[in-house]
Write a protein that binds this ligand. Structure first.
Ligand code: KG4
Ligand code: ZN
Length: 341
């Protein structure tokens, strides 16, 4: 019962998250979001996010400790997202983590935000069978990864060459006048429509596959949606928002799942784990399951609250690092906004 108690701090974007785990068990997941402060700008404003983290951090910490019914003294290690993400936002979390680590004399672990999005699945489904293919789809990233060892061997197979999947959801929602962040709104709106419009699937043509087999491209799709909507408006016809949403969503999910399954088959891997905010998408979950089942591949997707940014994911990866006997970070740990995997 006495697996290490690990606390995780996440501040890479607009969510201040503090999670506490013991082994693979989630004990607390406290979250404060500045998303509403960014909504009127149609995207996250870095300076606003940093200030919001500074205000939210200590109260969120207290909520997490209360929720887990522990004190800082009970914690065995502190993990923090040290990159990639918004520089100023990361600095708040990293500085706070150092303060807590020094004050309470605890080891500090700087962790990669993307690897944490993969690790969070262990809180829901237990140890990750390795090797696995991980698909990370968020507002800032869309990548396929070969995971040999979550604590040290994550190999990028491909990534988006332009917009991230979540960014495409956000941009298309904006052009449809649906609000920010667009992913969840398009997901809901698509439920009332049909995927009847044939939008392009980026980097799936035979000529593109040679160089970009596991890469993605979503900016052509976004442009195609914009042109389609403009044409309707020019003709003075109403825009069928639900059908456009469903058709756009289908194009994104079709490409993502096809390439993820291809990566599994190519590398002889039987486990696909999906993480990042877009993994909360209802159609993506269904389509991935459907296609994976045909090949005997197991799909692991954490519940939606764990897919978007949170502190539990950071604690989950910290917990794996502690269990693997990885050495802690130094106290001069930098924040690295462009941290590679
Ligand atoms: O992982 P995340 O919370 O933050 C980043 O690290 O980027 O991902 C946020 C992104 C946003 O672009 C948001 O629109 C998208 O995830 N998202 C969704 C859904 N929920 C969030 N996209 C599609 N369907 C959803 N249900
Ligand atoms: Zn994220």
């Amino acid at each position: 019962p006495d697996e290490p108690l690990v606390l995780g701090i996440e501040t890479s974007c607009d969510e201040t998250g503090i999670g506490i785990v013991r082994g693979h068990t989630l004990l607390a997941d406290a979250l404060a979001s500045s998303v509403e402060q960014h909504a009127r700008f149609g995207g996250v404003v870095p300076e606003v996010a940093s200030r919001a983290h500074l205000e939210a951090l200590v109260p969120t910490m207290q909520r997490a400790l209360d929720e887990a019914k522990v004190t800082l003294a009970d914690i065995d290690a502190i993990a923090v997202t040290s990159g990639p993400g918004l520089a100023g936002a990361l600095l708040v979390g990293v500085a706070a983590a150092k303060g807590y680590a020094v004050a309470a004399d605890k080891p500090l672990y700087g962790v990669n935000h993307l690897a944490a999005h993969v690790a969070v699945d262990t809180l829901e489904h237990g140890p990750l069978p390795e090797p696995a293919i991980a698909m990370l789809v968020s507002g800032g990233h869309s990548s396929l990864l070969l995971v040999d060892d979550l604590t040290n061997g994550v190999k990028p197979l491909g990534a988006t060459i332009d917009d991230a999947a979540g960014e495409a959801f956000d941009k298309v929602a904006r052009l449809l006048g649906l609000g920010f962040p667009g992913g969840p709104i398009i997901d809901r709106t698509a439920g009332n429509g049909s995927a009847s419009i044939a939008f392009p699937r980026g980097l799936t043509a035979a000529k593109d596959l040679a160089a970009h087999r596991f890469d993605f491209s979503f900016s052509g799709l976004k442009t195609a949606v914009a042109r389609w909507v403009e044409a309707r408006q020019r003709d003075g016809e109403p825009v069928p928002i639900a059908d456009v949403s469903a058709s756009f969503q289908e194009a994104v999910c079709d490409v993502l799942t096809a390439k993820a399954i291809d990566a599994c088959l190519t590398h002889g891997v039987r486990t696909l784990v999906i993480g990042g905010g877009v993994a909360a998408n209802s159609r993506l979950r269904v389509l991935a399951e459907e296609r994976a089942a045909k090949h005997g591949i197991e799909v692991r997707v954490p519940r939606p609250q764990l897919c978007t940014d949170n502190g539990a994911m950071v604690a989950a990866l910290g917990s794996r690092l502690v269990a693997a006997g990885v050495a802690p970070s130094r106290l001069d740990l930098p924040a690295d906004s462009a941290m590679p995997l």
